[in-house]
Design a protein around this ligand. Structure first.
Ligand SMILES: [Zn+2]
Length: 382
């Protein structure tokens, strides 16, 4: 079902470099995208600061206009007072020449009235002097803000300019690299890669644990082997990405360690199973204890060094191999160990020392056997 792109050059050694080029190309494309986004974002950042600056400028202008308006009003009030004082002295002159008491009283009334008006205007001026202090403070604060923001924007602009220049230079370098990499990939494969990138953002996917890591779909064994061999370019049936396999990234023990003569062989169909895992989620080294009973599977996790139980006991339907598939991928070693369910139950939160010791000893035996069997120099040296 998975299809294989037939390429002009089909010798084994030609295929991998092409995939290597594609991997590099993917990195390069991502870097180019990042740089373009950064270059586009810089003016926006400057514009945002400039907008804030315009706001502060408006506040300052408002405060200055208010001060000006107050000054004008004050001058007006002062001239009103002057006018009233002139009126009063005119009334006083007239009152010296009046003939009747009635006329005198009328003038006196005018004078009183003008004096009242002067007092009212003086109050207004006084009020204004009090609010002038506040206005002065507002102007000073706005001026200081404007100065600080102007300084900041100049700095930001300069940084943006420098960053932009650096980005442009990097972009030119990456673009040149991209052209070079594209030249190292056949036209068919490149076309496919471009099409998938357009559709799904990435054109390649690593295969790990028999899965396409991009779409998480399990590969058929034949497809997996094709990818693993690195002899062909293989496309994921489900997401169309070009699959690659990185041997350095995969740590797989396909089957439980095959036991040798001196070590008893853990029975595959035993109702209880003990496993050592060197890297289990965030817990590091653990011991897993499984048991089957009444068509239910139970799992307990213990810290490898202390024997202390980690998390809760988990119960699932069915045989433990099938009920906990996630625990049987990756690196693990099957160990010898058999305690009846009631006994394991009685341990509570901690495995007893003798049980822990026996599992540790069996792991040691399994490792020794393993190194003897493979007789690899590095292993044998231990
Ligand atoms: Zn896929």
């Amino acid at each position: 079902m998975s299809h294989v792109l037939k390429l002009g050059v089909s010798s084994q050694s030609q295929m991998l470099p092409e995939l290597q080029n594609l991997l590099e190309l993917q990195k390069t494309d991502r870097e180019i995208l990042r740089l373009n986004e950064e270059i586009a974002a810089l003016p926006k950042r400057v514009a945002a600061i400039e907008q804030k600056l315009a706001g502060t400028k408006a506040v300052l202008e408002q405060a200055e206009a208010a001060v000006k308006a107050d000054d004008a009003a004050r001058r007006k009030y002062e001239s009103t007072i002057q006018d009233l004082q002139q009126k009063i002295s005119k009334y006083r002159d007239q009152s010296l020449e009046v003939k009747t008491n009635e006329q005198y009283r009328a003038l006196q009334h005018e004078i009183d009235f003008a004096q009242q008006e002067i007092r009212a205007t003086e109050d207004k001026i006084l009020d204004m002097m009090v609010s002038a202090e506040t206005r002065e403070k507002q102007v000073k604060a706005a001026e200081a803000d404007l100065k600080a923001e102007t300084r900041e924007i100049e700095k930001e602009k300069e940084e943006a300019r420098q960053r932009s220049a650096e980005d442009q230079q990097q972009l030119a370098e990456w673009t040149a690299k991209r052209d070079q990499l594209r030249a190292g990939v056949s036209a068919d494969l490149l076309r496919h890669y471009d099409r998938v990138v357009k559709l799904r953002k990435t054109g390649l996917s690593e295969v790990r644990d028999h899965k396409c890591t991009a779409c998480q779909v399990m590969l058929r064994p034949q497809t997996y082997n094709e990818v693993r061999s690195g002899e062909q370019v293989v496309i994921c049936d489900s997401c169309q990405r070009i699959l690659y396999f990185d041997p350095a990234a995969e740590v797989v023990v396909e089957k439980p360690t095959t036991p040798a003569r001196r070590r008893p062989r853990p029975k595959a169909d035993a109702p209880q199973g003990w496993y050592y895992r060197p890297e289990y989620r965030e817990h590091g080294e653990v011991l897993l204890g499984f048991s089957n009973a009444n068509s239910m599977a139970t799992r307990r996790i213990y810290d490898f060094n202390t024997g202390r139980q980690i998390g809760d006991i988990v119960l699932r339907e069915g045989d433990y191999h099938l009920a906990f598939p996630e625990d049987f991928s990756g690196d693990y070693i099957r160990l010898n160990g058999s305690w009846n369910e009631a006994e394991v139950e009685s341990w509570g939160n901690e495995m007893p020392m003798n049980a822990l010791d026996s599992l540790h000893a069996d792991l040691q035996a399994a490792r020794t056997e393993n190194s003897r069997r493979h007789s690899e120099p590095a292993e044998a040296a231990r």
